[in-house]
Design a protein around this ligand. Sequence first.
Ligand code: SF4
Length: 434
Amino acid sequence: MISRQFALLGFELAAPGERADAYIINSCTVTAAADSKSRQRIRQAKALNPDALVAVIGCYPQAAREEVARMEEVDLVLGSADKEGVADQVGKLLRRARNDKRDCAQNEGGELVSAESGGANEAGGSPRERTRAWLKACDGCDRFCSYCVIPSARGAVRSAAPAQIAREARGLIAAGYKEIVVTGINLALYGTDLKGARALSAAGAGKPADGIFALLSRLCSLDGEYRIRLGSLEPTVIDASAAARIAGLSRVCPHFHLSLQSGSDRVLQKMKRRYTAEGYAEILAALRGLDPHFAVTTDVIAGFPGETDEDFSDSLSFVRAAGFAKVHVFRYSKRKGTAAADMPGHLPNAVKAERAAALAKAAEEGAAAFREGCNGTLRRTLLFGPDKGGRFVRGITDNGIDVRVPAGAFENPAAAENTFCDLELTREIIGGFS
Ligand code: SF4
């Protein structure tokens, strides 16, 4: 985790949106929208403190170094770095850059493995950050979905050794973190690159996602009071039985992110997604069989090249019926070097925008229905503690719902920080979705 390593190097961590001497933008380049978001964050950082050093790392500069370096707000560009020494390396560069602010550092050949954007694991952060830690298990992907730049930007899957991850998890639990969010570009591929990957399997070789199942089984068996939430799983790898097997692990939260991308089999095939809408629906059914309020979040692309009205209608119907807790809707954007960029049938922006808006509306209705369905249920909740004004105690349920409980419900709201409780959800305390 970059933030924790920075803290070890003596940096004091600022909360998101706070004025700071340096900002690290850990970027993603999965879509043009992600690039745009990174550029927005870069500008926001500089606006917060025009004298601050702004460093951009991650796969956006790896894929488009020149474009990032050209931004006048950017002081430091790091496309890649050595995994083991990333904090040390970035720290040195930051210190050096303080003396030579326009130095654009180049660091080829390594790999940057770190906390995902949005996560910080330091004791100096907000209460939310002191209760949840992000643990990256793997990076890269070799699925080559036809619209995606990740395989060329970040390379094939690279997994950290199970013993190393377990060691890191033990350290986080000992430091008091109650929720460990295990992340990776394509977590379902975890372990497929490790020597003897099959030996990782705790339940028979050859089944989809054996590696991640074995890793999670190991993480679930550690001592302490904690739970595990997963980052993104890919239905390009896992099927219904693999998803159910993972979801059945004792400490794993009933909250998966499974990218749908399209509800049309024809489009899924053109996307090279390796599953059908029916296969995806089977995963949903298996998860809901374990817990009717199992939260599934997803991504959907509107306006993939050649997407017909009928294809779009299939996606819309799927989103309406699926009961997703949250949907990230993306308008298709052409990414240089991907197979989809050269496909015929690119749609006008207006059509993509119209379809994205319809999907977003359906997604919001579905999300509201999901939250409403949880009204009256009892959920294991991790409390972050009182918010800034002290009026509410905030927290997150096992199935990912943000809650805000009136502080008056607690004898000592401050003592609630970083504790678990079984919370009956009501409309008043149900907030958004993480
Ligand atoms: S599974 Fe497909 S969309 Fe996901 S990272 Fe890999 S190539 Fe990209």
